[in-house]
Design a protein. Structure first.
Length: 150
């Protein structure tokens, strides 16, 4: 098997361009990439190691790299229980650029919804159901309609 990094870059660029349009800022790829990373990291921190590895196995190489960047096995952080705690986690993951990346609570929620919805093209329905099963009720109610085919 050969690694075609040009292909991964092309796929990643196409994905970021599409995601930027969906988020509503098609000219700001850097912001789009930061939103993608912060949402993926917040989701990753909610899942057990085994589920993280199952999810990562279904992602294309360019998303796998973003999802697993900085990941360590058995590093546990306190899970948010409510949607507000989850959106606060997403914002805090954004660090210094948080006020630029997320100008309102609605933008945080839209970022979460858009990123998770965009993953449906890569992740099986069964895996999405597994992800939802690991979420606390307050977050599950927000995420379920976005990622599940119902």
């Amino acid at each position: 098997m050969t690694l075609n990094f040009d292909k991964y870059a092309q796929e990643g660029n196409r994905y970021i361009n599409d995601l930027a349009k969906e988020l509503g800022y098609p000219e700001d790829r850097d912001r789009t990439a930061r939103v993608l990373r912060t949402v993926l990291n917040a989701v990753r921190d909610m899942l057990p190691d085994s589920e993280n590895l199952q999810l990562a196995s279904q992602l294309p190489m360019f998303l796998k790299a973003v999802y697993l960047e900085g990941y360590t096995l058995r590093k546990r952080v306190e899970k948010p229980r409510q949607l507000k705690e989850f959106t606060d986690r997403v914002k805090s993951n954004s660090g210094r650029t948080s006020s630029h990346d997320f100008k309102s609570e609605e933008e945080v929620e839209k970022g979460i919804q858009t990123v998770l919805s965009s993953l449906r093209q890569y992740i099986s329905q069964g895996e999405m159901e597994d992800i939802i099963a690991h979420m606390p009720k307050g977050i599950k109610q927000f995420i379920s309609p976005i990622v599940l085919d119902k």
